[in-house]
Design a protein around this ligand. Structure first.
Ligand code: UDP
Ligand code: MG
Length: 315
């Protein structure tokens, strides 16, 4: 079994990766539309369908299509791992110079692929679709807007619709992505980290006609939280400064108690207790914060990202 860390040299022009989980009714039309679109481009291509442990007849349908068209290659996962892992399994097995990505449910029109491919030809490392004319529930739109805002804030990159699955990458980008070993992966984070030249392109979008969506609002919110904790250790590092502030407040209070006592001879004890409380909780927070510093270092180390990424070196 392969973990997919090793990739091969490109032997075709374009690879289209499609994660598939229980999409049987969509597969034939999907295949037909991708093939029609890419044949019109007149460039060699392959479709890499990743069966993510489907429980309907998706795998059998894929095999039947492959029997007629060997340009479709199937990567079969051992069980349902989720859309993210399925995509990366696809990336690890592509043979194209340009790697495209789209959902199997026909919400992303395959006819838009040439727009993205053109951007890669132009010199971009990554081109992502930006859906226009979306007709989703209010809560879901709000959720994805919030998510994209967080992504922009945390990556300092202009991603407006990371949720759109229609994407194209220069091959070296997906090769780099495949080499990352951390498990809580977020594509925009890793793309920003790699320093890719990116662009978003307006693409069409249709409602899901067959099958059902595997994501809801709760999952979007969960993802937003994961994103923040997955990218930065800032929340952990806020503790120490907070501890210092507490300790300083306590210290100032103690000074005031002393001052009042000297000036007016007032020996009331309440203020002393409060001051001691502040100093102690300050010390506690500093200690916890110190521990968190170590934890955040471990956290960054286990992500095991490469130390640097070279873009080009002269021969
Ligand atoms: N998918 C997958 N594994 C999963 C869930 C989804 O491979 O565990 C695939 C699914 O077949 C589709 C894509 O990921 O091609 C997006 O899924 P879905 O359409 O349910 O998401 P939505 O469009 O609602 O965001
Ligand atoms: Mg969908």
């Amino acid at each position: 079994m392969s973990t997919g860390a090793e990739t091969t040299r490109p032997t075709t022009e374009i690879s289209v990766v499609v994660p598939v989980f229980n999409e049987e009714p969509n597969l034939r039309e999907l295949h037909k539309r991708i093939v029609t679109t890419l044949e019109a481009l007149g460039r060699s291509f392959e479709i890499v369908a990743v069966d993510d442990g489907s429980k309907d007849g998706s795998l059998e349908t894929l095999k039947a299509i492959r029997a007629e068209d060997p340009r479709l290659r199937i990567v079969q996962l051992a069980r349902n791992f989720g859309q993210g892992p399925a995509i990366y399994a696809g990336f690890a097995n592509v043979r194209g110079k340009i790697v495209c990505l789209l959902d199997a449910d026909l919400q992303n029109p395959p006819e838009e692929l040439p727009k993205l491919i053109a951007k890669i030809d132009e010199g971009y490392d990554y081109a992502g679709g930006r859906r226009s004319g979306r007709n989703e529930s209010f809560s879901r739109q709000l959720g994805s807007r919030f998510l994209n805002w967080i992504i922009r804030r945390t990556t300092r990159t202009a991603f407006y619709d990371m949720g759109c699955a229609l994407k194209a990458f220069r091959r070296d980008v997906t090769d780099h992505l495949v080499r990352f070993t951390h498990h809580s992966r977020y594509l925009p984070v890793d793309l920003a980290w790699l320093g890719v030249r990116m662009i978003e392109v307006d693409v069409g979008y249709s409602e899901r006609t067959v099958g059902e969506s595997k994501y809801g609002l709760l999952k979007l919110l969960r993802t937003s939280f994961d994103l923040v904790t997955g990218i930065t250790s800032a929340p952990l590092q806020m503790l120490s400064p907070l501890g210092f502030i507490f300790a300083i407040i306590g210290f100032l209070m103690a000074l005031r108690v002393l001052f009042v006592r000297v000036v007016s001879g007032d020996t009331s004890q309440v203020a002393v207790v409060v001051a001691v409380f502040f100093v102690l909780s300050g010390v506690q927070l500093i200690a916890t914060g110190l521990m968190c510093e170590y934890i955040s270092r471990i956290y960054i180390e286990v992500q095991n990202r490469p130390y640097y990424v070279v873009k080009d070196v002269d021969e």
